[in-house]
Ligand binder design. Structure first.
Ligand SMILES: Nc1ncnc2c1ncn2[C@@H]1O[C@@H]2COP(=O)(O)O[C@H]2[C@H]1O
Length: 234
């Protein structure tokens, strides 16, 4: 990803970087230094930010918006592995392991991204144990998500859709007055995340809504009780 792929926009970026969970509780001087190293750009929806197998030496912070992590199965069918939102980072794997990018990354909405040279990111990890712990926690959560989805692979369609909603709530959910809110993604994305047909996803979502386990608005799906939805998993 370089300057061809998005309008440079550092005006709001500095505040967003300072507020990003990764930088919370780091010394102010460290946050200031990181802010100076990060270039912020706004990208339109549908823009390919990273391509699987490309080499890259930057790490990216999502300051606002959404990206999807995409790969392809052996039949060439698109598989959405995850959706990441504000506060998440991506693009750390290739530079840390000195290998090419493991997946594609594409914006799902207008998205503000801060990019940091990988060598600065590694220096930050070396100098701030707290930053290393943050990264370890983030990767632990991703592994937990993958384990959970593997466990549910043979489950019924209701459990699989519920699981996708729960893992989006875990990673991307924001607490509102009436429960946890997650983005109301296109059903094609939920279909790819759950490995179910789009029609099945649509049918299950309607069923969950009738049971009062979710409610839907144009942009958000609301989960009034995470525990109630979790109890559906078999
Ligand atoms: N299952 C996943 N969940 C969340 N993020 C992922 C997942 N797989 C890959 N990524 C991110 O997508 C990025 C693609 O480029 P990298 O391999 O450098 O680093 C990768 C991770 O940051």
């Amino acid at each position: 990803m370089d300057s061809r792929y998005g309008a440079r926009d550092n005006s709001a970026g500095d505040t967003l970087i300072a507020a990003a969970p990764f930088f919370q509780e780091l010394p102010e001087a460290t946050v200031q230094q990181a802010t100076a190293q990060i270039v912020t750009r706004r990208h339109p929806a549908g823009q390919v930010l990273l391509l699987e197998n490309d080499w890259g030496n930057s790490v990216y912070f999502i300051l606002d918006g959404w990206v999807k992590i995409r790969t392809y199965n052996l039949d060439g069918k698109e598989v959405t592995l995850n959706i990441l939102g504000k506060g998440e980072l991506f693009g750390e794997m290739a530079p840390l392991e000195a290998v090419p990018r493991s997946t594609d990354v594409i914006t799902l909405a207008t998205t503000m991204i801060g990019s940091m040279p990988a060598q600065d990111f590694v220096s930050l990890l070396n100098s701030e144990p707290q930053a290393g712990i943050r990264l370890a926690k983030l990767m632990a959560r991703r592994l937990r998500q993958v384990n959970r989805r593997l466990r549910l692979r043979e489950s019924d369609s209701q459990s699989r859709v519920a699981d996708v909603l729960l893992f989006l709530a875990d990673g991307q959910g924001t607490q509102g007055a009436q429960g946890v809110e997650i983005p109301n993604l296109p059903h094609r994305e939920l279909s790819s995340l759950s490995g179910l047909a789009r029609e099945t996803v649509t049918r299950v979502l309607s069923k969950l809504e009738k049971k009062g386990l979710i409610s839907r608005e144009r942009d958000v799906i609301r989960i009034p009780s995470i525990d109630d939805l979790d109890r559906l998993l078999v």
